[in-house]
Design a protein around this ligand. Structure first.
Ligand code: PRX
Length: 654
């Protein structure tokens, strides 16, 4: 048996929540049991009741699930609702003066906004959008630094029924252009600059470059003035945020949307060169964003919640822009990076703002543990009562460090497995009711019918790895891939697995003897670098777009800090570079990938060869490349290779 699987199916230590935590927890063991039983007995009825209880409807729905067009499921379809009204207006009567957002800037300065102030800011900007001609159903790209205005922009779109599509601020001009074209976006919201780790991020410049790259549908660019720097403004196209708000009213009625109207499109990598525009519908998505905040993060009115994700990823959507506001919490948003000015930054921020719940990524935990094993102990972290992780499996060593050094041994850790496509945490503990096992995301949430199956759809015995599937539809599931329903069906409901009946997550997993889920990695060609999804094909396409490259194969190798690291095997267009020439070409190709996609997709290592190892039928033998990248001896059969001598060329460069 695979070592990795063996190690997880063996007994591993469990960490129950403290009595103190359980006493206050929203969901205790009895409540969890009841929820699981309700969901098992009547799946649709379970969701129907929750949607009625948790969301504020402009017009109630009459039918919870419409599965007549499966797998294009519809939830609560004839109800009317507005996302921003649920996040903001819902709290005005009782909690208007409560702090909604604590924003810390890169330089350490802070700004807070009460629910009333946030409501006003969102209404004003919503009116500015309307004045700029943006309305219901229009797609709007958002390319912003991690400041409160990113949330305000998203909420303002939701308020007027425009569909936002946030592009991570680290993505390149090319990525912005491609997404604008694919989404048919009419407007783009950005900032003149951003600040991260003491560096200036030239956001507007990237937007200008993007809009020079070819035809595009963007008519308006609204620019938030984050710094004092002047940037060129294109007449008739560009307008400053503060100018767009001139003369607008402080109130803006929320647009009545149907439950199934799109709330947003978020692009994520898949197994082709082209990212997929994942569509989320309004009501179903909101319901789970709110409930997971209450159930997984145990958010109560007096909690301060800090999620360190960027709003450019789904985690920042569900657990910065929507969930905590739906739950009426106070939340933190941070512009900078955990290592600036030094590795004390996160811990200083905990001592300063006193969050009670802290949600971050394993890669950040590993980096910070490496930079300062004992640094958390130098700060007052006593406000914390619950910790969370997301994005990739957390190795038990990092888990224990997080538990002991950051959580002081008293905070449960919620390891949350989910995806852009699932909308919110899917396999995750209800921390007052489920003991943790370091490295496992524990059990499926109530209402989430997750299972490890074989290709026929049969559940795998405990301890045997298989395909991770979700067997029943759920309200926050993706609705479609923008402009590509065939890809939606073939990717998520592939006909060759369980006859296309189940949602297939793309992950490989195993359940241990207690039913705990352990995620073993992707089934497709998607890498997980620092918790970010990157398609190998995407990087390959970027590389071969360079005039220097004839052919490229990209694979992931395990990395102690980033989870996986990108290794590219490149066949140059001209002669094979060696020594300094190889180094120079490697540097220029890394920059090229940064320009094509963004810094997160830069290969950690590039090796050059006069060909790629291929079978006689021309198939690239990626398995061999993985072995070489790991520096391991090749034990695989290479007799089917057309060109075995290529392996030596690549091996030599370690
Ligand atoms: O492979 C799984 C991994 O990240 C993928 C989803 O990536 P993305 O859509 O970018 O969303 C990330 C944040 C929700 C999954 O298919 N993944 C996510 N969380 C975990 C994880 N793998 C193991 N454990 C997790 N907790």
């Amino acid at each position: 048996m695979d070592e990795k699987i063996k190690s997880v199916t063996e007994d591993s230590k469990t960490y129950p929540p403290s009595e103190e935590f359980v006493r206050r927890a929203t969901i205790d063991a009895a409540r969890r049991k009841a929820l699981l039983a309700e969901a098992a007995e009547d799946h649709v009825g379970f969701w129907k009741k929750l949607a009625e209880d948790e969301l504020q409807w402009i017009q109630p729905f009459t039918q919870a699930l419409d599965d007549s067009q499966a797998p294009f499921f519809k939830w609560f379809a004839d109800g009317q609702i507005n996302a921003s009204a649920n996040c903001l207006d819902a709290h005005l009567a009782d909690n208007a003066d409560k702090t909604a957002i604590i924003a810390e800037y890169d330089d350490g300065s802070t700004r807070t906004l009460s629910y009333r102030q946030l409501h006003t800011a969102v209404c004003r900007f919503a009116n500015a959008l309307k004045k700029a001609g943006i309305g219901r159903g229009d797609r709007v790209l958002i390319y912003m630094p991690m400041v409160a205005e990113a949330v305000i922009a998203m909420q303002a779109c939701a308020r007027i029924g425009a569909v936002h599509s946030v592009v991570f601020g680290g993505f390149s001009a090319r990525s912005i252009h491609d997404r604008a074209v694919d989404a048919g976006a009419v407007a783009l919201i950005t900032a003149n600059q951003g600040k991260r780790g003491g560096k200036t991020i030239e956001l507007k410049k990237a937007v200008d470059e993007a809009l020079e790259l070819g035809e595009h549908p963007i008519k308006k660019v609204i620019v938030f003035k984050r710094t004092d720097e002047q940037v060129p403004m294109v007449d008739g196209r560009d307008i400053w945020w503060h100018d767009a708000e001139q003369g607008v009213s402080d109130s803006c009625d929320p647009e009545p949307m149907t439950a199934e109207d799109l709330l947003f499109i978020l692009y994520t990598s898949g197994s082709t060169g082209k990212p997929k525009g994942i569509q989320h519908a309004t009501a179903g998505y909101l319901l789970w964003a709110k409930l997971t905040c209450k159930w997984v993060f145990d958010i109560k009115p007096d909690d301060i919640f800090w999620c360190t994700a960027d709003v450019g990823w789904i985690t920042g959507h569900s657990y910065i822009c929507y969930g905590p506001l739906l739950a009426g919490a106070t939340q933190m948003i941070f512009e900078g990076v955990p290592t600036h000015p030094d590795a004390n930054r996160f811990w200083q921020m905990v001592a300063k703002h006193k969050p009670t719940i802290f949600y971050t990524a394993p890669t950040a935990i590993r980096t910070l543990a490496k930079l300062g094993h004992d640094l958390p102990g130098k700060h007052d972290l006593s406000s914390l009562r619950l910790l969370g992780t997301v994005g990739e499996p957390i190795n038990p060593e990092a888990w224990r460090w997080f538990y002991e050094q950051v959580g002081g041994g008293r905070c449960p850790i919620a390891d949350t497995w989910w995806q852009t496509e699932t909308g919110g945490a899917t396999i995750a503990p209800l921390p007052g009711a489920v003991d943790a096992k370091p490295g496992s995301c524990t059990m499926a949430m109530p209402g989430m019918d997750a299972a490890v199956i074989d290709e026929n759809g049969n559940e795998k015995p405990r301890g045997e790895p298989g395909i991770l599937a979700i067997r029943k539809p759920w309200p926050s599931m993706l609705r479609n891939i923008w402009g590509d329903p065939d890809r939606f069906r073939s990717t998520y409901f592939p006909a060759d697995i369980a006859d296309g009946k189940y949602y297939i997550a793309g992950d490989n997993a195993v359940q241990d003897k207690d039913g705990y889920f352990w995620i073993l990695g992707r089934l497709d060609d998607v890498l997980n670098v620092s918790g970010h999804r990157i398609g190998t094909m995407e990087v390959e396409s970027a590389l071969v777009a360079s005039p220097q490259v004839a052919e490229a194969a990209v694979i992931g190798r395990p990395d102690a800090t980033t989870g996986e690291a990108i290794v590219a095997f490149v066949v140059p267009q001209n002669e094979l570079p060696e020594g300094e020439a190889a180094q120079a070409m490697s540097a220029s190709l890394r920059d090229w990938v940064k320009k094509e996609i963004g810094a997160i997709a830069k290969p950690a290592e590039i090796r050059f060869g006069s060909n790629l190892p291929k079978t006689r039928s021309g198939k690239i033998m990626r398995r061999l490349l993985r072995t070489i990248a790991k520096g391991e001896e090749i034990t695989q059969d290479t007799t089917t290779l057309e060109n075995p001598q290529i392996l030596e060329q690549f091996k030599k460069q370690s």
